[in-house]
Design a protein around this ligand. Structure first.
Ligand code: FES
Ligand SMILES: [Fe+2]
Length: 372
């Protein structure tokens, strides 16, 4: 399914994002965060094309088998329907192929999909079954009467989708994520008591991501987190659409029990922070997983949706992920400062620290590549 429109940039992206090696490059001009044509291009060429997080399978347990999903609420608002048939999942358009009604509004349990407007029916895989009053219609049904199928990726218990053609077949196999996290018991994750939280932040989505992608600010902005993590070693590894930051546990901070043969075997890893371009942040701790979904709401506003999953019996105390709320509020304050700063007539662009800002640089290169 192709939702994308031609690239809309009024300027060359190379004028905004510098493609020189990190030691020579300048950080982006403020156009990246303030130009509305560029924001439209980001929407169509990045958010419409790259994977978005749907959730852990545990969110789709229980008696229901149909789950309406609104993709990027506040930005794309694309209505999809996740359908579960036995243990298989199918991602479908939630828009009726007759006259465009939204089909399901709430999670429900049904053995077929029925449009509430004029009764068109499909099976749980979106195949057309029946439509009243259509006996005399020629060449009916045809392919366009089935519900549109949307690319869905399933990795152990995680689900991602994309709205464009299936460009991301290798989203997980052979990726950085698979290399580091293969040992993690994904299927044992449970929803935490306070499972979901949302924060609305007055800044451009990219500023929020940039801040996430460097640990450079931790000693300055997060004094408590700084006690839990070592700031001597803070590896950052970039590969394709993935950026991994590794938080080494300090003192008595809990660490992963890594299997022999793991790339970090013998190291005290307190947290694996994975970013999947453009909108999924997966933060793994010995106690479980915290997911941040980046949902742009406009050029200068972003919603960050947190989901917390825990492993049975795990403890948050003495962990790099304890006090997540405090860390989040500290981050929000600093990114809003940057949003104000980049609007100043006296700011144009800066430089990168090759030691500390590799992830930020890679993020900018991914944007640049997607918009070229
Ligand atoms: S719009 Fe769905 S059956 Fe008419
Ligand atoms: Fe931070």
């Amino acid at each position: 399914m192709e939702l994308c429109v031609p690239k809309l940039l009024s300027m060359n992206i190379n004028q905004v994002i510098d493609n020189n090696p990190i030691g020579k490059a300048h950080t982006p001009t403020s156009a990246l965060y303030r130009d509305s044509a560029l924001y439209e291009s980001v929407k169509e060429n990045i958010f419409c094309r790259y994977p978005f997080w749907i959730g852990h399978e545990v969110c789709f347990d229980g008696k229901n088998n149909l789950f309406p999903i609104n993709v990027y609420p506040g930005m794309l608002d694309e209505p999809l329907l996740l359908s579960k048939k036995e243990s298989d999942f199918h991602m479908l358009s939630n828009v009726c192929t007759h006259r465009g009604a939204i089909i399901e509004k709430k999670n429900c349990s049904k053995n077929r999909i029925i449009c509430p407007y004029h009764g068109r029916r499909w099976d749980l895989e979106g195949n057309f079954q029946f439509m009243p009053g259509f006996k005399e219609v020629e060449n009916f049904p045809s392919d366009c009467d089935h519900l549109k199928k949307i690319a869905l990726y399933r990795y152990n218990s995680f689900l991602w989708g994309t709205l464009s053609d299936d460009n991301f077949k290798n989203l997980v196999p052979d990726s950085l994520f698979q290399k580091y996290m293969y040992f993690f018991p994904f299927d044992r994750l449970q929803k935490a008591e306070n499972f979901e939280t949302e924060y609305a932040i007055n800044c451009n989505w990219a500023l929020y991501c940039e801040n996430y992608l460097e640990g450079f600010h931790i000693p300055f902005v997060h004094p408590d987190l700084n006690q839990a993590l070592s700031n001597e070693v803070y590896p950052v590894i970039c590969d394709k659409e993935w950026i991994l930051q590794i938080g080494m546990a300090e003192g008595n901070t809990n660490c992963f029990d890594l299997p022999k043969g793991h790339l970090d075997y013998g190291s005290r890893v307190g947290a694996y922070y994975f970013y999947l371009f453009p909108s999924t942040m997966l933060n793994f701790y010995p106690w479980g997983l915290s997911v941040n979904q980046i949902l742009p709401q406009g050029i200068d506003s972003v919603m960050v949706k947190y989901q917390t999953y825990v492993l049975p019996g795990a403890k948050l105390a003495n962990s790099a992920g304890a006090g997540l709320d405090k860390v989040e509020l500290e981050d929000q304050e600093v990114v809003m400062r940057v949003q104000k700063g980049i609007g100043s007539r006296n700011y144009t662009r800066g430089r990168y620290s090759p030691k500390h800002e590799k992830g930020v640089y890679h993020f900018h290169q991914l944007i640049s590549r997607a918009l070229l």
